[in-house]
Write a protein that binds this ligand. Structure first.
Ligand code: PMP
Length: 406
């Protein structure tokens, strides 16, 4: 099946809505992606005909809901190349997944004087939980530099990996610049030195196929809402022996084997990490998103987005006074930019008036903004439902913005 963007667009009801009297141009998929009808109807159908709590009912409805929920676990495992569905832990989002690892594995493995290596291009979600952990444990954070192009400085990173380094936590794709990091190289550097790796896949999973086994990472996290699923369902992948050796995160129902006031024993992985009633319907919706993506093919999606990225980059660079922040060779379809004289927030507001949704600000990556020498950027992030027309609308609106500020 060849990729046809017009066919794809019909699958996303919101894309045919109007915004400020114009066709909506949605260029903020890095913040959260739009949802295809398949996802919306899977959630509605689940609530209309199949809803019950999971893992506890003796009746058929609950048994079926449990089966559907567990089927999504297997689907996610296949989608990201995890060898065993028990390696998939459902959480709310990537942020929660990272905090889970920090609170469990981190408190168990990281002690006084140990080091955690991050990069300058991390999202706050992959900075703050480690800072909090480091403070609790007396550990320290070391930060690998990025170049002026927004590329990870590998030589600097290598120098940071020392005998006290316990963890390398790195994003696969920068949300603010689009830079794609060489994860295989990084995990093999870490493995050679006995360092555990956590890959933040929040911005990678929507754009490229993921194979955690081939990546060789210990942990991988993602948010379902950026991968065309509903908000409320995210994933922590962890290698099974690691997950099995980790203490539980939240305590409560569903994560135990037996409870008495003398002591509690815990359920095996993955239940050990899934206390309480999860966002069942969101997990079901996420499953529908994966099936939808698999039917199109992540490779087709990547290839299409790369052509769109090239087109958008070429057109934007022709706008005088526009500077792209983040010019790595390997990029996902994300373009951060600044315009001479216009503040990114003003650009965002003016574009909104034209029905164009972009993001403006620091993108939860303040250390990176500081490194790139800008307080904020405007960011257009593309998905496989965006078109060249969307790019043209963006360019036209930016030209108008410039006239206003000229
Ligand atoms: N990491 C990266 C690279 C992100 O872009 C984001 C979301 N912007 C997150 C982590 C956090 O995702 P969430 O808010 O869904 O937890």
């Amino acid at each position: 099946m060849t990729f046809d963007v017009e066919t794809v667009r019909k699958d996303f009801p919101i894309l045919s809505t109007k915004m400020r009297g114009r066709d909506l141009v949605y260029l903020d998929s890095a913040a959260s992606s739009q949802k295809p009808e398949a996802v919306i109807s899977a959630i509605s159908d689940f609530y209309s005909a199949h809803y019950a709590n999971i893992h506890r009912g003796v009746y058929q409805l609950s048994a079926e809901a449990t089966q559907r929920y567990e089927d999504v676990r297997s689907l996610v495992a296949r989608f990201i190349g995890a060898p065993d569905p028990r390696e998939i832990i459902f959480v709310r989002n990537a942020t929660e997944a990272i905090n889970l690892v920090a609170r469990t594995w981190g408190e168990q493995q990281i002690g006084n004087g140990d080091e955690i290596v991050l990069t300058t291009m991390e999202h706050h979600a992959n900075i703050v939980p480690w800072q909090m952990l480091a403070e609790r444990q007396g550990a320290s954070i070391r930060v690998a530099a990025v170049t002026d192009d927004g590329v990870l400085d590998l030589e600097h990173l290598k120098r940071l990996l020392g005998p006290r380094t316990k963890l390398l936590a790195v994003t696969a794709v920068s949300n603010a610049l689009g830079t794609i990091n060489p994860i295989n190289t990084l995990t093999s550097l870490a493995r050679d030195r006995g360092i555990t790796t956590l890959v933040d896949g929040a911005q990678a999973a929507p754009h490229q196929s993921v194979d955690v086994k081939a990546l060789g990472c210990d942990f991988y996290v993602l948010s379902g809402h950026k991968v065309f699923g509903p908000s409320g369902a995210g994933v922590l992948y962890g290698r099974l022996p690691l997950l099995e050796s980790m203490p539980p995160f939240l305590g409560g129902g569903d994560m135990i084997e037996s409870v008495s006031f003398e002591g509690t024993t815990f359920a095996p992985v993955p239940q050990k990490f899934e206390a309480g009633t999860p966002d069942i319907a969101s997990v079901i919706g996420f499953g529908a998103a994966i099936e939808y993506l698999e039917a199109i093919g992540m490779d087709q999606i990547s290839a299409y987005e790369q052509t769109l990225l090239t087109y958008a980059t070429e057109r934007l660079l022709k706008i005088p006074g526009l500077r792209i922040i983040g010019t790595a060779k390997e990029k996902a379809a994300v373009i951060s930019f600044v315009l001479e004289d216009a503040h990114p927030h003003d650009i965002g507001t003016i574009l909104d008036g034209e029905g164009i949704a972009i993001r403006a600000g620091h993108h939860c990556a303040q250390p990176l903004m500081k490194r790139m020498g800008v307080p904020a950027t405007a960011r257009a992030s593309f998905s496989f439902y965006n078109t060249r027309d969307d790019v043209d609308s963006l360019v036209e609106a930016l030209r108008k913005t410039q006239e206003i500020f000229a």
